[in-house]
Design a protein around this ligand. Sequence first.
Ligand SMILES: NC(=O)c1ccc[n+]([C@@H]2O[C@H](COP(=O)([O-])OP(=O)(O)OC[C@H]3O[C@@H](n4cnc5c(N)ncnc54)[C@H](OP(=O)(O)O)[C@@H]3O)[C@@H](O)[C@H]2O)c1
Length: 431
Amino acid sequence: MNEQPYRLGMIGLGTVGSGVLELLHRRESTLVRRLGRAIEVKKIAVRDTSRSRPYLSGFGEISDLLTDNPDEILEDPEIDLLVEVAGGVDEPRKWILKALENGKDVVTANKAVLAVHGKDIFQTALSQNQRVFYEASVAAAIPIIEMLQNGLIANGITSLSAILNGTCNFILTQMEEEGLDYETALKLAQEKGFAEADPTLDVSGGDAAHKLALLAGIITGSHVPIECIYSEGIQEITSSDFTFARDLGYAIKMVGTLKQHGTGAWEMRVHPTLVPENDLLAQARDEYNAVSLVGDAVGRMSVMGKGAGSLPTASSIVADVLRASRGEREGGNPHGLNVPELVPVGDVELPHYIRLEVKDNPGVLGRITSFFGMHNISIRSINQPEAQMGHTVPVIIITHTCKDKILTDGLEELKKAGLVEQGFTHIRIQE
Ligand SMILES: NC(=O)c1ccc[n+]([C@@H]2O[C@H](COP(=O)([O-])OP(=O)(O)OC[C@H]3O[C@@H](n4cnc5c(N)ncnc54)[C@H](OP(=O)(O)O)[C@@H]3O)[C@@H](O)[C@H]2O)c1
């Protein structure tokens, strides 16, 4: 037994930070047994040290640990590890770089800082011979990074599709199961703490793109700037789309996809997707996340778990703390410096779901099918569910596999041609 404890300093004591303290306390004897020495939380930086934090059972004298000055952690030579669970981009970048330069390893749950400043951070870690662990930053409770870095190391991963944003998944689940419209489902997500007051980053696909960029970096052994990921949000989907999708045997999910082509280039995209209802991704409800991947040795495999929340996220942080304290090398710098070759989204070939609103006048379906034919978009099925002469009605079209650019250019032309009454929904279909 090593007499010296392994000492960590934490920046942030909110939802995730309090979960980390709870689990370090709850699992203390197991962690000491596994590590051969105690893990000590030496300092915690917060914004407001005067706020009472009554929920921290097991840490009676918590106020003694608090500081509002992160430098007290970053400049303390006795602290081995920085656990960054504050959030944000600019300040965490500075804290993480300073910790690495001062000889500390780093554990973070912050996908935004890694997606935006990962190159800088991982290079500094490499040059300082320190490590950055970030399991909790992608799919919270699911140990997908550990799987990709270690458990599946013998595989080339050729494709991955994943639900990576709990806020979108909660909203889409409520729209599907309760028939709520987008605005009502978003409000419910905010009331239940599943969505921020400003939900833009989540519902626009930005947050899922950050996470997909981190997974893409590990899988391709490259640096994947966030701009490499094509993203679209969920704001245009209506509750009626769920009914039509269900009739066709699909669920609507916000899916991040990585797929390698025969040329070696990669599709990297995040957007609403029609997923066959028997697919694991379709089973992930509310704040759950799920990942399906194909490895060249293991074939297809899938995993599902909570993508947010205090203890589910802290579970991954504590695993990283243990890895760091054991001196494990993995997590140091899996990302290379090169940027992978990309397949532009316009060249991606998929079937598509399109819902148009049209005036139910004689010949309207014929005019629409001719229009698609003229634009080289082949229709697999067309359905007009609630025809009522002279009224606006939806028309649901499923296309055969078609290049994305041909489809999106065709839809723009359709809008200009005045064949549709209002906007339309366009959702790509997972094959
Ligand atoms: N919540 C989740 O389910 C979840 C899941 C996966 C990843 N994450 C990531 O985990 C991180 C933390 O999320 P959270 O939900 O725990 O956030 P949170 O509840 O808002 O807590 C943030 C904590 O950071 C402290 N803080 C903020 N700015 C600070 C500063 N400049 N100096 C010192 N302390 C500062 C706050 O201090 P006060 O307490 O004084 O306000 C608070 O304790 C984020 O990067 C987030 O993306 C969260």
